[in-house]
Structure formats: structure tokens, C-alpha cells
Design a protein around this ligand. Structure first.
Ligand code: SF4
Length: 121
């Protein structure tokens, strides 16, 4: 089987073709123009992951929400469930840049951290 994907590891967006055998083993990766593309394609075909960037509600802050991100990549199949947890979470002001808002989300070992401040009212 062949999978054609677009590498998103940098803005070049190279088209990459991955040959996979019937057992799911990767036989070859072609079309990438650097090693990062090879690594991206292999991960995308075996264990796709995504980084999250969104917001979390804040109670008692001068803003209603604070921007946040996952401190690492999360398995793609858990992204929607993680978003549900984040959408239902809230933080108490003040929130500082780098604060852990949700620890070890869904047991992934990845924290959701604030990417900006939100002072208290
Ligand atoms: S293969 Fe390399 S150059 Fe091409 S998009 Fe991926 S990271 Fe960028």
C-alpha cells in the first residue's frame, strides 16, 4: 500500500510517499527532502500525533480565557477527547505564563500549559 502525505514539519510542505507492506511495516519513504520529513512520515503512518493550541476559561480574571498549548505532541486519536476536557476546565486567576492548567491530560503524560498571563480582577 502507498500513502501520500504532505509533510508539515516545515513550511515547504513536501509531498511524501510511504510504502507500507501488509503487516504495516514501512518499506520506504520517498519525496522528502530532509531527515525531518522521513521522521514525520514514519510517525504519521504509525503513531500520528498533534500539538494542541487553544484557550482555557479563567475565573476571576481580567480576561475570560487564557491561551494555552500542549507541552508536547498528543496522539491524534485522543485530540477530540482532550479538547472536551479543556473546554470543560477552568483556571483561577491569576494565571501566569507557563502555569500547568491541566496535568497529564488523559494519561498521555502531556500537560496543558498557559501561553500568556491573565491577572486577577
Ligand atoms: S521534508 Fe523536510 S523540507 Fe520538506 S516539508 Fe518536511 S521538513 Fe520541510
Amino acid at each position: 500500500m502507498q500513502k501520500n502525505i504532505i509533510c508539515v514539519a516545515c513550511p515547504m510542505g513536501c509531498g511524501v510517499t510511504v510504502d507500507i507492506d501488509d503487516n504495516g511495516e514501512i518499506l520506504s519513504v520517498t519525496g522528502n527532502t530532509c531527515k525531518r520529513g522521513d521522521a514525520y512520515a514514519r510517525t504519521e503512518c504509525t503513531n500520528p500525533v498533534r500539538s494542541l493550541a487553544t484557550t482555557v476559561k479563567v475565573d476571576g480574571g481580567i480576561y475570560n480565557v487564557v491561551p494555552c498549548k500542549s507541552a508536547g505532541a498528543i496522539p491524534k486519536e485522543k485530540i477530540m477527547e482532550c479538547m472536551n476536557i479543556i473546554n470543560n476546565a477552568s483556571a483561577n486567576a491569576p494565571v501566569n505564563l507557563g502555569d500547568v492548567l491541566i496535568k497529564d491530560i488523559l494519561g498521555t503524560g502531556i500537560d496543558i500549559v498557559a501561553t500568556n498571563h491573565c491577572p486577577a480582577k
